[in-house]
Design a protein around this ligand. Structure first.
Ligand code: B4P
Length: 192
């Protein structure tokens, strides 16, 4: 099984590159951001709880996202592999993911981190906010809060995978196709 973690700050290109990776490696896409947004759209209790945090640029509680991932792994037992997009975002989530995968007799194959400077992240997200309708993409202060949450709570996840020898870093500014090629090379290197 090929199980990839795509890592990086908000706006680094995780969602964008995930679409191309799914196509190439035939993986099941698990984006906690997308899963949370569909709960919000469906008006569930979980969605309502998540919305108030997401609208402030804050992470939702670990138990919520871990539970969602657990359900999705159970629903996709026949998958050739998974791409985790926007998950794990805390060390607790990374540890939980390792346990869940172990229970299914598998493990993370590689983690690819996209590196993009803060000014470019703000520019991209404000641009996306013009058409996405996402409230968290429409306000510069909120975007800065999301990047701060990333620096405080998510960056340590890179060390977690570095310690397991699974971490690769890719510069995420440039043409989408050129970045995709670099990601594929990193995956192939990590999995031979
Ligand atoms: P996400 O949905 O994961 O949102 P994101 O990080 O903003 O998206 P992404 O990083 O995939 O966007 P992309 O770069 O592709 O999370 C939203 C919120 O949900 C979080 O703030 C949090 O509250 C909550 N949440 C989600 N997961 C959680 C978890 N595990 N734990 C707790 N809370 C969680 O795209 C950005 C833009 O850049 C696009 O418009 C794209 O076209 C553009 N772009 C991409 N690549 C480019 C390139 N090379 N050049 C120019 N533009 C590019």
């Amino acid at each position: 099984m090929l199980n990839l973690v795509l890592f990086g700050p908000p706006g680094a290109g995780k969602g964008t590159q995930s679409e191309k990776l799914i196509d190439k490696y035939k993986l099941v896409h698990l984006s906690t951001g997308d899963l949370l947004r569909s709960e919000i759209k469906a008006g569930t209790e979980l969605g309502l709880r998540a919305k108030s945090l997401m609208d402030q640029g804050l992470l939702v509680p670990d138990e919520v996202v871990i539970g969602m991932i657990d359900n999705k792994l159970k629903e996709n037992k026949e998958a050739a592999g998974f791409i985790f997009d926007g998950f794990p975002r805390t060390v607790k989530q990374a540890e939980a993911l390792d346990t869940l995968l172990e229970e299914n007799g598998t493990a993370i194959s590689a983690m690819v981190a996209l590196e993009v400077e803060a000014e470019e992240l703000t520019r991209r997200l404000l641009e996306r906010g013009k058409t996405s309708g996402r409230p968290d993409d429409q306000n510069e202060e909120l975007i800065r809060k999301r990047v701060q949450e990333y620096n405080d709570k998510t960056l340590p996840v890179a060390n977690y995978y570095q310690n397991q020898g699974k971490y690769s870093s890719i510069y995420g500014i440039g043409a989408i196709e050129a970045i995709f090629e670099k990601i594929c090379t990193a995956i192939e290197r990590a999995t031979i």
